[in-house]
Ligand binder design. Structure first.
Ligand code: SF4
Ligand code: SF4
Length: 469
């Protein structure tokens, strides 16, 4: 950790990694566009045989999700979008983002757009050239927002990836902060937030509007290290500088400090809670069929035709209706039993208990993906566009190698333990929430425990039935 904080004082770090990742992004775009997705049979395999698609959805995305749970927003530290938006804002119009942008609803809306249109309608996770277009759009959004808005508007108010990582970063045992608040109190230049350093190439004041001395949560900090550089370079000789850095902190800190959601974050988390059910439950054909039965029945009943309406109906059912049922059912029972709690308080304060379970489900999906796609690697290395391999797989002309027999049981044990730990922390957070927000709590409060029990229990049941029996 000391080494990382030392590297962050240097010009080359993390800039060199951002530049490297920028070129990787360009290669992934080229690799995605290079795949011809015309063959109807082969296209089913192309998602795993095209190397670019394989890397983006089966390794890059799963790995950054896992990293957020254990280390916070480290991906943002090396993200090329951060570099693009920061650089373009130096020559742009520098307009202050409007209040609507700052409310968080743009991020939530963007996430819904990716889920509803990107994933469920256009299948950007399955079709390599559409994945490439998605990456191009992301890069353009970063560039354009940098050219239009002041500071780092893309990372602060637009990027749903960083927002999701920020959600899980609430659990991480590392966080950004200062070593000594007294040093900041004695500091006159406040270079970490000063307007005069806002557009410096290196050592600029915080682009997402944070003041390191008051930073106590992981949600918004990009770990970019610019405040550390600013503090270091403008040091008038005050001992203890550079003061900001990446430090250890207790696991689940933000969760146990009961940091509430905003409305936009609650809506975002509700959709994520539905998305992770979809991600894990569709791994097993039995639960996939069960989960998708309702949206397909609605589609059939309405007799809609076309991918747009079907995708929309499926998305609303899975990412709005189903999670809403899970979120609101315990609250409705609690109120029916005479409990007193405002709906807003429930949504914003109690919704946070699901974060560990969502994070565990995301980690489970990530590991399932990363391990199950290992057999595709020898083929992807040999044929990066994946077209020929996809054709051969469709014709049964090649076989994928099998993973060692111990992998599946080891993963199953890990998944069940992980989910049990997540449910335990959710229950612990719920206990604290009830003690803090429902004074003189009576028996109906126990109904609120149904929220983590039903949600997490659903995953345990599904995983046990699928992997053990
Ligand atoms: S982080 Fe550094 S620049 Fe910012 S207030 Fe503290 S000592 Fe001053
Ligand atoms: S607080 Fe520092 S490390 Fe965090 S986003 Fe702001 S400048 Fe970057």
């Amino acid at each position: 950790m000391r080494l990382l904080n030392l590297w962050l004082t240097r010009n080359w770090f993390p800039l060199a990694l951002q530049i490297f990742n920028f070129f990787v992004f360009v290669l992934l775009i080229v690799g995605g566009l290079a795949a011809n997705t015309a063959g109807p049979e082969a296209v089913k395999f192309l998602r795993n045989t095209n190397m670019a698609n394989l890397i983006v959805w089966s390794y890059w995305w799963p790995l950054i999700t896992i990293s957020a749970v254990f280390m916070g927003r480290v991906w943002c530290m090396v993200c090329p979008m951060e570099m693009l938006t920061s650089l373009s804002s130096r020559i742009g119009l520098r307009i202050t983002p409007p209040a609507f942008f700052r409310s968080g609803w743009v991020i939530t809306g963007f996430y819904m757009l990716i889920l509803f249109v990107g994933i469920h309608t256009l299948a950007i996770h399955r079709i390599p050239d559409r994945m490439a277009v998605y990456l191009i759009l992301l890069m353009n959004a970063a560039l354009l927002s940098g050219l239009l808005f002041s500071r780092n508007a893309f990372c602060a108010h637009i990027c749903p990836v960083g927002h999701l990582l920020g959600l899980y970063a609430r659990l991480a045992p590392f966080g950004w902060g200062v070593r000594s608040r007294a040093v900041c109190a004695a500091c006159n230049d406040k270079s970490c937030i000063a307007a005069k350093t806002a557009y410096h190439l290196q050592g600029r004041s915080c682009g997402v509007g944070l003041y390191p001395a008051r930073l106590d949560q992981n949600t918004e900090c990009l770990l970019c290290g610019q405040c550390l550089k600013a503090c270091d370079r403008n040091n008038p000789g005050l001992a203890g500088r550079p003061n900001p850095g990446w430090y250890k902190r207790p696991w689940f800190k933000d969760l146990m400090e009961l940091v509430p959601f905003t409305f936009a974050q609650a809506a975002f988390s509700l959709a994520v809670s539905g998305f992770v059910i979809y991600e894990v439950f569709t791994e097993w054909p039995t639960t996939a069929e069960l989960l998708l039965r309702l949206p397909s029945t609605i589609v059939r009943t309405l007799n809609t035709q076309g991918i747009w309406t079907d995708g929309l109906i499926t998305s609303i059912t899975l990412f709005v209706a189903l999670p809403s049922l899970i979120w609101f059912m315990p609250f409705a029972l609690f109120r029916l039993a005479g409990g007193r709690l405002k709906l807003n308080d429930y949504l914003l304060r109690f919704g946070i208990v699901l974060i560990p379970i969502m994070a565990a489900a995301h980690v489970i999906k990530a590991l399932l993906k990363m391990t199950s796609r290992l057999p595709y690697w020898p083929h992807a290395l040999h044929d990066p566009s994946g077209e020929e391999t996809a054709r051969q797989l469709a014709q049964g002309a090649v076989k994928l190698y099998s993973l060692p027999a111990w992998v599946d049981p080891a993963l199953t044990i890990f998944f069940l333990l992980l989910m049990a730990v997540a449910i335990g922390w959710s229950l612990k957070a719920m206990k604290k929430l009830i003690a803090v927000h429902i004074p003189r709590s009576t028996w109906p409060c126990r109904l609120l425990y149904l929220l983590p029990i039903c949600y997490g229990g659903g995953f345990i049941l599904m995983l046990s039935r699928w992997r053990l029996f």
